[in-house]
Design a binder for this molecule. Structure first.
Ligand code: F6P
Length: 437
């Protein structure tokens, strides 16, 4: 694991924050300040402790790389929508403009496509006036898109033509990979371009980052669907509320919403395989629950049980970000449950709820907009200091710099052996395993 953060070069310019009247020497962070990666230690270890790897701490640097009044920044937002994107945009603009006096900020339209001249998406100038009221709005004022990272040299040429010094990319792992390529090309061609990522995913699946913004809003929204499913399930004889939530490969949204709501009796996650049929299969346990309690709430993450859905022979479809298009486990389960109880001669009332995009197009909850404001500020401190090929992260509740290569090196998923998973499963009351062997 390499935690080294790339710097563009000399930091010979005094930060304008020195004179803001608020900061003392202690307010600034030096590159030597680290946040430990593994906070656990054992009291009974023998021998000398080895080196403790850790992240560079985020925060304002006393000496910076770019001359604020000459600095030209650009912001782009890519990938699926996520609550809080506008709050991050606003924060970057306000911090750059007022705190650093870096007043040229360009908004790139529709993700990386906006840097491709062939697409003809005209950039917009981002000013404090323009962003003043956007922070509580869902979506992104810049527009987003998937893909567009095929012709990276062309995109870097556009950045050079616009004279951009700092590019802020707000997006998930695909966007971060694009940002990494841009910074590599820029470094190779001697461009003085800092590329700073702000990780965005409602799935919370980026590694080496404690939590991504928008996630808390997403699972709060999801919780409303669980509430509805619970109400519906109790409102009819043998009621079953089935909720499908986003979460392609990582079931954090479903897991957190289940723990938050405590009304869920079965949670089905991509990380935990289960059988449908058989003595220890999901349907048998659901039947036991219905015979005992006469109502049930089931929450399934979209990536769960993909091995159960019958596949036809068509090759796997992928979206423009390269993500495999999944089969619809929600509809599959709804049909399987209905068929099973019909064959068992038990009458049920099944209500299926798929909140779909409702959970990610929502405006951010206050904890998320708070988080977004800080992420934007820390991104600007990093950019002005000439840090590149990095993302702003959070670890042990402290803001960090994460090398992009490290952040995208693996996907964050729920560890099936973790106490967290045990907490979630235990809150539902379902068996720890629903596999027959
Ligand atoms: O990547 C986040 C995510 O919310 C996934 O959970 C979901 O599968 C996907 O986006 C859907 O996005 P879209 O329909 O825009 O491809």
């Amino acid at each position: 694991m390499d935690f080294t953060i790339r710097n563009l070069g000399k930091t010979a310019i005094q930060s304008p924050l020195i004179t803001n009247g608020l900061f003392t020497d202690e307010s600034f962070v030096s590159d030597g300040q680290k946040i430990i990666y593994d906070p656990f230690f054992s009291e009974d270890t023998s021998g000398r402790p080895g080196p403790r790897p850790g992240f560079e701490q985020a925060g304002p640097r006393k000496m910076i790389h770019f001359k604020p009044e000459e600095t030209r920044s650009a912001i782009l937002t890519a990938g699926g929508l996520c609550p809080g994107i506008n709050a991050v945009i606003r924060s970057i603009v306000i911090e750059s403009y007022y705190r650093y006096g870096a007043r040229s900020i360009t908004g790139i339209r529709y993700g990386y496509s906006g840097l491709n001249p062939a697409k003809d998406f005209t950039p917009i100038e981002l000013t404090p006036d323009l962003v003043e009221d956007i922070h509580l709005e869902g979506g992104t004022i810049l527009g987003s898109s998937r893909g567009g990272t095929e012709e990276m040299e062309v995109l870097v040429d556009t950045l050079a033509r616009l004279g951009i010094h700092i590019l802020y990319t707000i997006g998930g792992d695909g966007t971060l990979r694009g940002a990494h390529k841009i910074s590599e090309i820029a470094l190779r061609s001697g461009m003085d371009l800092a590329v700073v990522g702000i990780p965005k995913t409602i799935d919370n699946d980026i590694s080496f980052i404690q939590r991504s913004f928008g996630f808390e809003t997403a699972y709060s929204q999801a919780s409303e669907s669980i509430y509805a499913a619970h109400t519906e399930s109790k409102g009819a004889p043998n009621g079953i509320g089935l909720v499908k939530l986003m979460g392609r490969h990582s079931g954090f949204i479903a897991a957190h919403a289940c723990l938050a709501m405590s009304d869920v009796n079965f949670v089905l996650l991509p990380e935990v395989p289960f059988d449908l049929e058989g003595e220890n299969g999901f349907l048998a346990h659901l039947k036991r629950r219905m015979l005992n309690r006469h109502h049930a709430v089931i929450c399934v993450a979209e990536g769960a049980g993909q091995d159960l859905v019958e596949k036809d022979n068509t090759p796997q479809q992928r979206d423009a970000s390269g993500n495999v298009k999944l089969d619809d486990i929600g509809v599959f389960l709804k049909n399987a449950i209905t068929r099973f109880f019909r064959e068992e001669g038990i009458e049920i009332n099944l209500k299926y709820i798929d909140p779909s995009y409702l959970i990610r197009s929502a405006p951010p909850v206050p904890t998320d907009s708070f988080f977004c404001s800080q992420l934007g500020q820390f991104a600007v401190h990093a950019g002005m200091a000439g840090k590149t090929d990095m993302a702003v992260g959070l670890w042990n509740n402290i803001y960090t710099h994460v090398p992009i290569e490290l952040a995208v090196s693996r996907r964050k998923t729920i560890d099936p052996a973790s106490l967290f998973l045990y907490n979630v499963i235990s809150a539902t009351g379902q068996p720890l395993s629903m596999k027959n062997k």
